[in-house]
Design a protein around this ligand. Structure first.
Ligand SMILES: Cc1cc2nc3c(=O)[nH]c(=O)nc-3n(C[C@H](O)[C@H](O)[C@H](O)COP(=O)(O)OP(=O)(O)OC[C@H]3O[C@@H](n4cnc5c(N)ncnc54)[C@H](O)[C@@H]3O)c2cc1C
Ligand SMILES: *[C@@H]1O[C@H](CO)[C@@H](O)[C@H](O)[C@H]1NC(C)=O
Ligand SMILES: *[C@@H]1O[C@H](CO)[C@@H](O)[C@H](O)[C@H]1NC(C)=O
Ligand SMILES: *[C@@H]1O[C@H](CO)[C@@H](O)[C@H](O)[C@H]1NC(C)=O
Ligand SMILES: *[C@@H]1O[C@H](CO)[C@@H](O)[C@H](O)[C@H]1NC(C)=O
Ligand SMILES: *[C@@H]1O[C@H](CO)[C@@H](O)[C@H](O)[C@H]1NC(C)=O
Ligand SMILES: *[C@@H]1O[C@H](CO)[C@@H](O)[C@H](O)[C@H]1NC(C)=O
Ligand SMILES: *[C@@H]1O[C@H](CO)[C@@H](O)[C@H](O)[C@H]1NC(C)=O
Length: 530
């Protein structure tokens, strides 16, 4: 429990400028806040009803941080607040209103906020790129939102084997800077996604066949712990916490720097082919998917995403095959089962670079809509894909009249080449081993515009997920994995990592966060020890 505020309320400390560089203890922060409450920022006893002595909870946290770190707090309707709120991808997150937004400029500022929310008992949220879709994932009504926007360093090590990346960056920032040097890292496939959330939840890249997921390619994390202290977390320094950060989401501290494995990377061959749905084309593409998942280890430079979507304006289903090859080689043999399917009505396959490609995908995933993400994982089967697409069409038929609705379901291989990298530096927390693979990772996404449709759209997405999963299990093709970065809030992500890893994560949480700060005071998103 949090006795500090009460304990230190009765002590009188002189109010001084807080050190910007050295983190304080919770006792010191309590003392500062209690003095701030008594004297107000000017040091004079105030009798105004709006004086700091009247404040509590988040109003006090915001007011104190505004005093201690001038310029880093913004309030509703200010230019900064409105701008930062506009950076969320989904409408549900963008319309969420915290009491204030805090935009730290260095790691010790983050540390001060972590202690301040404990002393004041103010609930908080942390935002990196703001692409998590559901309400409260990285923003909080009435709370304090820590926006990592200004922790935006991108520094390549002198030997060019790692890049030190702040969580304020999007992948566009990272790729466009590294591209000029002929380098890259493992990150998102859409330019606007943030470095923080994607990496902490797993992180699938165009190059994951060669290197694994983003969480398998972080050498060191700089982390602010719940007690405000700052640590360099690597496999060597904290193996248990390092394991937990590789898929554990926002349960283990605020990461203020990711040291990313860096490798030479030039242009690639990539883009999408789009087809109007018919069952013969679908069967050929599902078959191509099956074989690339089975054969991924033959050429780990290749990646594919197979997606089905309903296009409301023409009342038609389309199929897209998004293909990527990590070298500037057109139509390599590994992808020819896709490219030989006739009848594409659009084709953007070309030699491009990562920035160009991720900008193309950013443009096809616009912000400014209501959004829901759901996921399940199955074993690899072309006919199971067809069965699930049939369920998709049935559920979509119940929502196809909703304003601006855009439902899609995508299938991605988790091939044995990818899985082989999950055991780098110990292992990641996802609970997938070579014996499970190859797998098919399914992502259900619906975007729409009218709040009045929320309930039936959520019901259809939930039904689709449940029915697809039941169908897979009934055919002996089920898998427990639930990918955090694609999951709806009500899905049990950590159960999907398996009992053993779920328990390991709970133990690491209790060890590094005995007071449950990340569980209770940062309530949004998926919790390992709720
Ligand atoms: C259009 C689109 C495309 C996508 N493409 C991909 C893809 O190619 N590959 C893939 O794997 N996933 C993909 N995703 C899923 C994506 O990885 C998740 O939505 C992810 O959570 C986004 O990260 P973010 O930093 O932008 O989100 P945020 O909403 O900012 O953060 C998500 C969660 O992580 C926490 N968090 C973020 N940074 C930190 C930090 N530094 N310390 C502690 N906690 C932190 C937040 O508190 C929040 O709970 C995509 C999503 C969208 C919407
Ligand atoms: C912000 O502005 C809107 C519209 O001008 C107003 O309705 C709202 O009350 C304002 N909010 C605050 C907290 O000032
Ligand atoms: C396509 O649908 C038709 C008519 O329903 C059916 O006869 C045919 O077998 C289907 N073909 C495939 C490949 O599923
Ligand atoms: C392409 O599909 C055929 C079956 O139609 C399969 O035998 C072959 O292995 C596939 N090729 C690749 C590279 O996956
Ligand atoms: C990457 O492609 C974009 C156009 O899509 C181009 O503007 C940019 O210069 C390219 N970068 C490099 C390093 O070639
Ligand atoms: C991605 O697209 C959104 C609009 O949907 C835009 O606001 C944002 O700037 C884009 N991000 C990048 C990195 O280009
Ligand atoms: C699928 O069903 C299994 C077995 O009932 C269950 O354990 C799992 O959580 C379900 N997965 C999803 C994504 O609902
Ligand atoms: C969801 O499934 C249940 C039972 O399977 C059904 O009663 C309900 O109508 C379905 N809802 C939607 C929106 O499809």
């Amino acid at each position: 429990m949090y006795f500090y505020a009460i304990l230190f309320l009765f002590l009188n400390f002189p109010l001084k400028v807080l050190g910007k560089d050295e983190p304080l203890s919770i006792e010191q922060v309590s003392a500062q806040i209690s003095t701030f409450m008594k004297s107000g920022p000017t040091g004079t006893i105030s009798t105004s009803v709006t004086s700091s002595s009247m404040l509590s909870g988040c109003a006090l946290a915001c007011s104190f941080l505004n005093f201690a770190l001038p310029g880093e707090i913004s309030y509703p309707n200010s230019t900064t607040y409105v701008y930062e709120e506009s950076l969320y991808w989904s409408t549900q997150q963008a319309i969420t209103s915290p009491t204030c937004r805090f935009t730290p400029t260095c790691t010790s500022d983050v540390s001060l906020a972590v202690l301040t929310v404990q002393v004041t008992q103010c609930q908080s949220a942390v935002k990196s790129g703001g692409h998590a879709a559901f309400t409260g994932a990285s923003n909080i009504n009435g709370g304090l939102t820590i926006d990592l926007l200004k922790l935006n360093q991108i520094t390549v090590s002198p030997d060019k084997t790692q890049t030190f990346v702040g969580p304020g960056n999007t992948w566009f920032d990272v790729y466009s800077q590294l591209e000029g040097e002929g380098l890259s890292v493992i990150g998102g496939r859409v330019s606007g996604i943030g470095v923080g959330g994607l990496t902490l939840g797993g992180g699938i890249s165009f190059f994951s066949g060669r290197y694994g997921w983003a969480c398998d390619n972080v050498n060191t994390y700089e982390v602010v712990f719940a007690d405000g202290t700052i640590h360099e977390v690597s496999y060597a320094s904290y193996p248990d916490l390092y394991f937990a950060l590789r898929g554990g989401g926002n349960n283990f501290g605020i990461v203020t720097r990711f040291d990313l494995v860096t490798f030479p990377q030039g242009d690639l061959w990539a883009g999408s082919q789009t087809f109007i749905y018919d069952n013969v084309t679908a069967a050929a593409l599902n078959e191509a998917f099956y074989y690339i998942d089975e054969n991924s280890m033959v050429d780990p430079y290749a990646q594919a995403i197979l997606a089905y979507a309903y296009v409301q304006s023409i009342d038609t289903y389309i199929i897209a095959s998004d293909l990527q090859y990590g070298k500037p080689v057109a139509n390599p043999p590994i992808l020819q089962n896709f490219t030989s399917v006739p009848g594409a009505v659009a084709n953007t396959l070309r030699i491009t670079n990562l920035t160009g490609l991720t900008q193309e995908f950013n443009a096809s995933n616009p912000s400014g809509f209501r959004q829901t993400y759901w996921t399940l994982t199955t074993q690899n089967s072309a006919t199971l894909i067809a069965d699930i697409v049939e369920i998709f069409m049935q559920e979509v038929s119940t929502i196809k009249d909703a304003d601006a609705v855009l439902p899609s379901i995508s299938f991605q291989p988790i091939g044995t080449d990818m899985i082989s990298h999950f055991s780098k530096n110990g292992e990641n927390a996802l609970g997938i081993s070579a014996a499970d693979g190859p797998l098919n990772l399914i992502n259900i996404v619906v975007s729409w515009s009218n709040e009045a449709d929320d309930e039936r759209i959520m019901a259809a997405a939930r039904n689709l997920t449940d029915r697809a999963n039941a169908t897979a299990y009934a055919q002996g093709l089920g898998n427990r994995f639930i990918y955090q970065n694609y999951a709806a809030l009500e899905q049990d992500v950590f159960e999907g990592y398996g009992e053993e890893n779920k328990e390991k994560l709970r133990v690491v949480s209790e060890r590094y966060d005995p007071k449950g700060v990340w569980q209770k005071l940062q309530p949004g998103y998926f919790k390992v020890n709720p």
